[in-house]
Design a protein around this ligand. Structure first.
Ligand code: HQG
Length: 179
């Protein structure tokens, strides 16, 4: 059952963050997909409303949200396609964390954190999440971001429904290595 849930979560992440056109799905400007359309256009396996409900509710990082009617779903963050999540700027905590791989460190130290394929640089309040994120790309390194100073200097911070902090970039001067 868990394997099936993970498989669906990855499938939904791919479609809702990166490639809805892979099955001819349309997202609205705010990233929402119609669940019935998603089910109808999924041909590789049998997807049901119940499975989607379980994935949304049990997802370890709360990656997805349903709209008020329950008829639409979207990814809470991580998009590479252009969607407007309508998040409003917020005051960040004094310190935020970013997990990356050791091999990216020199480049980050010289040019800062940049958003790569996604829409934002992703930051977190949790050291646990951050180390897991870093280890996806190799030996993990934990970076501390002086969010308070960035905010004072005029950078805008957004927080997603699942508590990921998003910024446009983090210049090197605000970054220090933990440990
Ligand atoms: C690195 C997960 C070299 C950056 C997480 C990262 C997150 C640089 C990689 C979400 C660099 C981009 C996003 C520079 C940044 N030089 N490397 N100047 N600037 N990088 O996957 O933050 O599980 O796009 O450190 O929880 O790793 O998918 O971003 O290593 O919220 O739901 O370039 O993915 O969520 O990688 O992860 P990514 P990320 P999910």
């Amino acid at each position: 059952m868990d394997k099936q849930i993970t498989k669906i979560s990855k499938y939904l992440s791919y479609l809702l963050r990166h490639k809805p056109e892979a099955i001819g799905l349309t997202l609205d400007a705010n990233g929402w997909a119609n669940i019935q359309e998603l089910i109808d256009k999924t041909s590789d396996f049998d997807l049901t409303h119940e499975m989607i409900q379980v994935v949304v509710e049990t997802n370890d990082k709360q990656r997805f949200a349903l709209d008020k009617t329950g008829g639409k779903i979207r990814a809470n963050q991580g998009h590479s396609i252009n969607v407007d999540l309508r998040l409003s700027p917020q005051t960040p905590p004094d310190r935020l964390l970013h997990g990356t791989a050791e091999r990216f460190y020199d480049s980050i130290k010289s040019e800062g954190l940049t958003k790569q394929e996604r829409h934002h640089v992703h930051l977190s309040e949790s050291a646990h999440t951050t180390s897991a994120v870093g280890s996806r790309y190799g030996k993990p390194v934990l970076l501390e971001i002086n969010a308070q100073k960035m905010f004072k200097d005029g950078y805008q911070f957004y927080r997603t429904a699942n508590n990921v902090w998003l910024v446009d970039k983090v210049p090197a001067e605000y970054i220090s290595k933990v440990g």
